[in-house]
Each structure stands twice: as structure tokens, then as C-alpha cells.
Design a protein around this ligand. Sequence first.
Ligand code: 6GU
Length: 253
Amino acid sequence: MKIDIVSIFPSFFDVLDISLLGKARQNGMINLAVHDLRDFAHDRHRTVDDTPYGGGAGMVMKPEPWGEALDRILGREEPSAADAAGAGSQPRPLVIFPSPAGEVFNQEMARTLAQEDHLVFGCGRYEGIDQRVVDYAADQARVRLVSLGDYVLNGGEVATMAMIEAIGRLIPGVVGNPESLTEESHEDGLLEYPSYTKPSSWRGYDVPPVLLSGNHGAVHSWRHEQRVERTRRVRPDLLSVVLDADAATPESE
Ligand code: 6GU
């Protein structure tokens, strides 16, 4: 997967060199490039923002540097071998603008985005990006505004980092053991069960005996109960989705 990031703080993304995603970049499974928006601003102060038309607090990111950055990233699209052979089915890059005004990111969206060939993240700062940048991008590529949740960050950088981590680990081959992807929170609508390792007793806290029993059926049932109980306690909104889905599934006879 190719990933381009546009930001006025490119060094934010230095940490993508390390850990799982760093390895995926070294292997060539993820081809990630970070672009400094100020490289596309040509005045003496490399200005990227200005006051909002219509008044109001804060500053808005100017369209011109964004237009040049998008042209550079989207214009370089070389037709893939499949496209050249007439089999093109993944025609255009997907441009994501992290925004608290976007659709809310979740595991299902991460799964969908992990199928893309080319993601472009446009990180806004200040009060946002001139809307015409989004409109222009939508004429050149597919565009989604995506929010991490119902709270406000200072810019799109941290949101982009979170999304890349969630998406990157779902790209086949990036996580060593694919089984570790199936039994975790949000993969099937339930939160994950609590985990324990050695020693079996630590500072007076004991590992639940069923996990030491060697009874795989009992372990499986206990873990499922823990997942349901935990989800009921902290995320009842998720549980109602699971129960609705069960209710909607016809009983087999
Ligand atoms: Cl994607 N951006 C910003 N600036 N704030 C957010 C967000 C994104 N998601 C939640 N809050």
C-alpha cells in the first residue's frame, strides 16, 4: 500500500519508522511518504494560513499550497500493470481529511481502508482547510472526511497516526500471526477478554483457576462470558448491535 501524508509537522510521523509499521515499511509492504505543506508555499514566510472570509476566530489553511501538494501526489499516479492490461478495478487514490466533522472511524472502516492501494492523508491545522481544497480533491480522487471520535484535537496529525496504525496492521502480512487479529476487541462487536501470563499468583492476585485447568471448552466459555460481561458493563451500545444482529438472523432448524 502506498501512503502519502501532507502536514505542516512532518516530524510528527518520524515514529512510523519503528515497531510493526516500521518493519512493514522496510519490507516494502507499506510505502509511506510524508510531505511538508510549507514546501508548496512560495512566499518568504511560507504562509499556509489566512483569516476566514465572513469573520470569526482563528485561521484557515489557504488553498494554494494544498492544491500544489495534491497535484504532486495525485499527478504522479503511474498506471499499474493491471490498469495497462485493461483490468483496472482500483482506479483512484483515496484522500482522507481527518476532521471532527467527518464520519467516525472504526474497525470496520479500518478493514475497508486496508484494501486500498493508495491512501493520502491531508492533515489540517487551525480552524480547518479552505473547503475548496476538499472539493478540488474530490474532482481528482475519492475523498472521505474521517473523525476519530467526539472530541477535538488540534490538528489531523494524531488522528492520521491512529488511523495508519489501525489500517496498517490489517494489511495482510504486516502482523506476523493473523490469528492475533481475530480475537481482539471490535473484530466481532465484543470487547476482548482479559489476558494473564505467568506467574499464576502475583502480589496476592491469582489468575482465574479455569485458565490453569487445561479444559479448553471451559476456557473458551469463560472467555466468551468475560467478553459479554465486559461489553455489557462499559460498552452496552456495542452489545445492542450484536443482539440486534442475532435477532435479525433467522434460526436454523
Ligand atoms: Cl480527525 N481531527 C481533529 N482535529 N479533531 C478530531 C478528530 C480529527 N477526530 C476527533 N477529533
